[in-house]
Design a protein around this ligand. Structure first.
Ligand SMILES: [Fe+2]
Length: 271
């Protein structure tokens, strides 16, 4: 059977993830390719492209086909640069691997920058240097988790709002978002929580925190999770509007280098 190369996509788990073959992301996307990626992204939330060769500039250009790309800079010694993917690594300022275990570290389940009024819609990582094994990323499908909640819990949490404050800077003003957010493109409802979520507006702090813990434990059960095992050259893009994610420290983080190039596409105010 002859199949077009673009049709060669493979689901990676029931919860999330699809691998798309036959695309060189360093080249300008055709309209058909862009439409196929958009459809795969909305249907599977995590899209994996293997064996890519991308400069930081080419990655930025690919990211920009999905919307406005956030500019990063003045981060871990890097000077501010426009038009390039930024570098995410486990290296210290001397280029040595180290273990970072703070409350803000991305080993905790989180969505990217939920403490912003308009958090990023999608994030992409390109694997540049990897440990010999491990260093996985896990994704939890918060729309599937919401759907699976008992009706009583859905009624209980309808209309609740979550207070987010960056775990790395509790002096910043809090931002409040719906606990059940509606995906702006699919209209699917999804839980919005994870690291940086402190409590629920209008509930006693401990009661709100307990509810968030209960919902997070529910949403991150294995049946809602896809674990990505990275290979060099993987570019993975995911939808922050219906997923939690975390880095898994299943390698010797103080010994091996793990370097990713990251691009973040701006989103809208959650509703
Ligand atoms: Fe993240």
């Amino acid at each position: 059977m002859i199949r077009s190369s673009l049709a060669a996509s493979e689901r990676l788990s029931r919860a999330a993830g699809v691998k798309m073959a036959g695309l060189d992301l360093a080249q300008p996307l055709t309209r058909a390719a862009k439409a196929a990626i958009d459809a795969a992204f909305l249907a599977h939330h995590v899209v994996v492209f293997a064996d890519q060769r991308l400069t930081r500039e080419a990655q930025f250009a690919f990211a920009a086909s999905f919307g406005e790309v956030e500019v990063h800079g003045l981060h871990r010694g890097e000077s501010k640069r426009h038009g390039v993917a930024h570098i995410l690594s486990n290296l210290d300022e001397h280029g040595r691997p180290r273990l970072r275990r703070s409350r803000a570290a991305n080993y905790h389940w989180h969505t990217d920058k939920p403490y912003r009024a308009a958090p990023p819609a999608l994030t992409m990582l390109f694997a540049v240097e990897l440990p010999p094994e491990g260093g996985d990323t896990e994704f939890a499908n918060t729309a599937m988790a919401y759907e699976a909640l008992p009706d009583e819990m859905k009624r209980r949490i309808a209309g609740l709002r979550v207070v987010f404050r960056p775990a790395f800077d509790e002096g910043r003003p809090a931002v409040v978002h719906p606990l059940v957010r509606t995906h702006p493109e699919t209209s699917a409802k999804a839980l919005y929580l994870g690291n940086h979520a402190t409590h629920i507006e209008g509930l006693p702090a401990e009661e709100g925190a307990a509810l968030l813990r209960e919902l997070l434990a529910h949403a991150t059960q294995p049946r809602f999770v896809y674990r990505h095992r990275w290979r060099l050259g993987d570019l993975v893009m995911w939808d922050n509007r219906c997923l939690l994610h975390r880095a898994v420290a299943n390698y010797e983080t103080a010994k091996y280098r793990r370097v990713m190039h990251r691009s973040v596409v701006c989103g809208t105010v959650p509703f």
